[in-house]
Design a binder for this molecule. Sequence first.
Ligand code: NAP
Ligand code: MG
Length: 453
Amino acid sequence: MDSYDVIAPATGAVLTTVPMNGVEETDAAIAAAERAFPGWRAVAPGDRARLLRRFAAVVDAHLEELAQLEVRNSGHTIGNARWEAGNVRDVLDYYAGAPERLSGRQIPVAGGLDVTFHEPLGVVGIIVPWNFPMPIAGWGFAPALAAGNTVVLKPAELTPLTAVRLAELALEAGLPEGVFTVLPGRGDVVGQRFVTHPGVRKVCFTGSTAVGKSIMAGCAERVKRVTLELGGKSANIVFADADLEKAAAAAPGGVFDNAGQDCCARSRLLVQDSVYDKFLELLEPAVKAFRVEDPALETAQMGPLISAAQRSRVESYTSAADVAFAGSAPDGDGWWFPPTVLLARDTADRHWREEVFGPVVSVLRFRDEAEAVALANDTEYGLSGSIWTRDVGRALRVSRGVDSGNLSVNSHSSVRYWTPFGGMKQSGLGRELGPDAVLGFTDVKNVFISTEE
Ligand code: NAP
Ligand code: MG
């Protein structure tokens, strides 16, 4: 089998090599997952739950190792990477509660008994991007396994290391062979095979909107189930009545976390006219204080971008734009880029419209609530967003008015494993996490049993 180099984004050096799976290896892994399925779905609910809890415990025992691996492979700050490994553990624990609770219904009918079952689908294919390798993998595989499916997972080419390790830990926890397989390789080879292979019954994809559309089209061929978590261009709306100090202090974290390589990044900053100048004055020191440094340092708030290509892409947005101010970043080796604040001339600016996926925020002013909502909705995306105001009625009106799957008021938090997450419009299809995610890995079966003599 071929192999390829994995690069450390903080230095540009080769970290290790991993196998490059091709179609043949993918087909073999899918066949193994198909063989493992009948046994896995037949594991008693309490036993499947216990195995998932044990998997969570093994992840917990290796939390620091996984976090350090992510720092090296993805350039995530050590603080973030620990949260990410902990998130895999928590998501496994949470969905370990699902097998014994996957109840159907009993529906009143004449002449018999009618019951529904939530049947697992079979083999589920999960395609993961490079920006959050561990959490996004876990949001797919944990509920899929809990519902009784077997899983094949393709990590991003750039960031396969933690996923490969998680598959080893699953075996260590006692999951049977073939239940959870990780296949590093190319998206257009391994990922594409998940789409075309008749044995894969659902594809969970997270990544770019362009690839997501092609996956949805490919899945249509076999009416294959599909979940899409795609791009975003989320608004951070600051009203004049907000706690401006707090909003300004929080704004950098809301967009520069993970070097802005976050589909939930609040990359469009909308500030009400009357406080626009004051807000930018408060924002400048917060941006300049944002610590961009070696991600292994405990003090780091931001590390490098994932690749040289991603850095050129980000640069293409800032080079011709009107820069208000920027923070600093190390120079030398690695794919570093400073946190940057751009002034949008109007809504036609490319950096205002397109997902940059880097530490770049665009600022625009608005007059009133109606204009803020209209500007926030003037995008094909609808993933997340924030609203800063002290007026409860306004907070609720704007939350209902913005077409986005995940909003936060006076906060930038988007993700809790026990609340649903996903996008409206071209940001995605379906929801992950929360109490209902397991149902997305099942089909409802209705059975009528006659009681007639
Ligand atoms: P991408 O190309 O959509 O990649 C996401 C995943 O899909 C990777 O595992 C990729 O494999 C795989 N893939 C690529 N082409 C495929 C195909 N034809 N069939 C099946 N799978 C395929 O995204 P990217 O290139 O990493 O990033 C590009 C842009 O997408 C970013 O700049 C950002 O705007 C957006 N993005 C969004 C998210 C999000 O969370 N919503 C995450 C990442 C990126 P390879 O690793 O081999 O390419
Ligand atoms: Mg790509």
